[in-house]
Design a protein around this ligand. Sequence first.
Ligand code: FUB
Length: 308
Amino acid sequence: MEEQNFRKNPIITDIYTADPAPTVYGDTLYLYTTHDEDELINDFYTMKDWRCFSTKDMVNWTDHGVIFSLDDIAWADDRAWAPQAIERNGKYYLYCPVHKRNGGMAIAVGISDNPAGPFKDLGHPLVDEGDWNDIDPTVFIDDDDQAYLYFGNPELRYVLLNEDMISYDKEIGVVKIPMTEESFAKGSHDTGTSYGEGPWFYKKNGIYYMVYAAFGVDKRDEHLAYSTSDSPTGPWKYGGILMTEEGGVFTNHPGIADFKGHSYLFYHTGDLPGGSLFHRSVCVAEFKYNEDGSINTIPKCDGVEKIK
Ligand code: FUB
């Protein structure tokens, strides 16, 4: 068989996937995604489980199937939304927004001994403020071992995770980031800034990055933008637009990973046949950082090259 040296976007073509969360463990990149069901209920997001795919070269992908689902979370009944994963002390944690049986959104945690699951529910929500803001968790462990869980739509908030990764510092509680134009630019979301949802928090070369889905002034669809800080808790300074709106769907969702010397932005579009607002597909683009740490706007692209 002819060797394939290029993986065309969208990466996964047999189901609709969205909300990419790439995580590198050793020589393998694991891609956690949500799953848009083919058949919609009430003409809205119909999402019941989380999926995992892995690759060693960005071209050949292994499908690990369903790794966690609403059926595994007794207290949740809907909206298996954008997850993010991390490893600590040999355990793997998957943070997932879900709709609670008694109403409102909250953040669930799945725990596993294996990066590709199966994940077992903690048994209760990790973050549950009793409102609709508690979605789209992003988790990061800093060099001093402090773990942060940022999340939120329309407000960006965070908690300081304890070392067990399944509880947080209740004395400090949920901290609300000031939603200012200096931090997130003027925009059309509820806070008057462009910050929308889907934060992706990480650190590179001493700079803390917050990448997120954003609503520009007078724009209907989401673009991707980023802010930076020299501290994990801000203040955040708006950096610029990372990817423009034209994805054919209302949402976009960033996932960033450095893998084998390359930097990748995962995102989603409606590019698969039958694609729609509620039938999205995960794509990936390679990009480079400028010397000062800034990032230029990244074009949507056809796909990526094979790497070693
Ligand atoms: O996929 C469901 C929701 O739409 C996610 O939680 C948001 O980030 C947006 O992509």
